[in-house]
Design a protein around this ligand. Structure first.
Ligand code: ZN
Length: 454
């Protein structure tokens, strides 16, 4: 199978050039001026950018919260992903606390069967003991080189010493640990206070976990990583105050990586006053205009390294569990399809982010940090995961014109620019003119140790 992408502008994290891209089997064979077709299928990319397939660093497909399960599983979620140009998701394998990591990994491999984009797994560490420590080697051998630890949630929360010990061990394997930074003890008190004050509407969600709840936890994680002499990765950073704490750690000489999400540079917390406010309930919550501005500036300044969606979708019927009490609402929202369009619209089109930065934020940096040596660039010998990005396209997002397996999106009403016109996955065209033409061809991507960006 050979494909020749002609007449496009190839953009990588470090520059752009007008070039053709020849794909043979599942590899990029050549990138150069006026390559000959020699019988290859030709795709005309005139007027379009040719980008490395996007990598979403943060999804939750088929996640069981106990009282309900996410609306999207790997089959539906990965279709939404690939339609948006995301050729690989890094999903969170989330075993129960008493399970082994191997059981969690096996289960997530099962769940991912039939995926339409490639995938890898971050492994959740919900307890720290000798058996979990011993499993890290086997995880690395199976291509799992990143972990997640939570400072929140009864079933997942670990203590500071556990984070410290896990950081020390993970660095032996070149593995990063992403930490969900919020102060659990305080936010639970604040939820109780907010409800006692009679605030049961979605606004109570934002009021109960204001910026210092995140910033305190980021500061604590930074200091724990400093003590462990290990790199730190903050997932879904949402506040200016949290960013400030990460900056302080960087100024001390620490190696700190930051992930944020489109919702935090797109929306503001007045969404919680809307009639459909329940759909915006996620943790961390949507923030104030000043936070949104600070994070947008941080994208411009290369202070943020990756953009993940934290895709965790629910129908409005599922969300309505919290209609009389915000704290009963399943946390999370759909987003995996729209990450590229949102960054392009609010970043590139507004002149805040260059195309090269967009490629770094959506693909190249994730490939480095998460050990995906064959991904993150359109270059000879790289994996043939390629997006042909049409910049001249506008779409009004609604609650229904998306591929999520749910009846809502937090971006309804927003007009986004650009789109993934065509997508090549593992050397085969799977999206053509914005439509899915092949499904179920996603593969597991085993990963190596991280490569430092800073
Ligand atoms: Zn998450």
């Amino acid at each position: 199978m050979r494909i020749l992408i002609k007449n496009g502008v190839v953009v990588n994290g470090d520059g752009r050039k007008k070039a053709d891209v020849l794909i043979e089997n599942d590899r990029i064979a050549a990138v150069g001026e006026t390559l000959a077709a020699n019988g290859a299928k030709v795709i005309d990319a005139a007027g379009c950018y040719v980008l490395p397939g996007f990598i979403d660093t943060h999804t939750h497909f088929d996640l069981d919260l106990g009282f309900t399960v996410t609306a999207d599983d790997f089959v539906t979620g990965s279709k939404a992903a690939i339609l948006g140009g995301t050729t690989c998701v890094l999903d969170f394998a989330t075993p129960d606390r008493e399970q082994t990591m191997q059981e969690g990994l096996d289960l997530w491999h099962q769940k991912a069967q039939g995926a339409s984009c490639n995938y890898g797994f971050h492994m959740t560490i919900a307890r720290w003991d000798e058996s979990i420590r011993a499993e890290m080697r086997a995880m690395a051998e199976q291509g799992v080189t990143s972990y997640k630890m939570y400072m929140v949630y009864d079933g997942l929360k670990v203590d500071d010493g556990e984070i410290y010990a896990a950081l020390q061990e993970a660095k032996q394997y070149g593995a990063l640990i992403g930490v969900h930074c919020e102060n659990w003890d305080v936010l639970r008190r604040r939820i109780a206070e907010t409800k006692a004050a009679g605030i049961l509407s979605p606004m109570g969600h934002a009021l109960s976990r204001p910026a210092p709840v995140e910033a305190e936890a980021v500061a604590r994680y930074m200091r724990i990583a400093e003590l462990a002499n290990a790199p730190a990765y903050v997932v879904h950073l949402s506040t200016a105050e949290g960013l400030g704490e990460a900056r302080r750690a960087r100024a001390r000489g620490q190696e700190v990586y930051l992930e944020s999400c489109p919702q935090y540079f797109t929306l503001t917390d007045d969404c919680y006053a809307r009639p459909d406010g329940l759909k915006f309930i996620m943790s961390p919550p949507i923030r104030k205009a000043a936070d949104k501005a600070a994070l947008t500036q941080a994208l411009h300044d290369d202070e943020i390294d990756t953009i993940g969606t934290d895709h965790c979708s629910f129908t409005m019927a599922q969300k309505s569990r919290g209609k009389d009490d915000f704290s009963m609402t399943p946390n999370g929202a759909a987003g995996v399809q729209h990450r590229g369009q949102l960054l392009y619209t609010l970043g590139v089109c507004e002149g805040r982010v260059t195309m090269e930065q967009m490629v770094r934020l959506l693909s190249a940096n994730a490939a480095s940090l998460f050990g995906m040596r064959d991904h993150g660039a359109v270059d000879a010998n790289k994996a043939a995961d390629v997006v042909i990005w049409d910049p001249d396209c506008e779409t009004l997002l609604t609650d229904t014109n998306h591929a999520y397996n749910c009846d809502n999106t937090i971006y309804a009403g927003l007009t986004v620019k650009g789109r993934a016109r065509d997508v090549i996955l593992n050397g085969k065209q799977v999206v053509e003119n914005g439509a899915l033409v092949a499904s179920g061809t996603g593969r597991y991507i085993p990963r190596k140790g991280y490569r430092a960006l800073r």
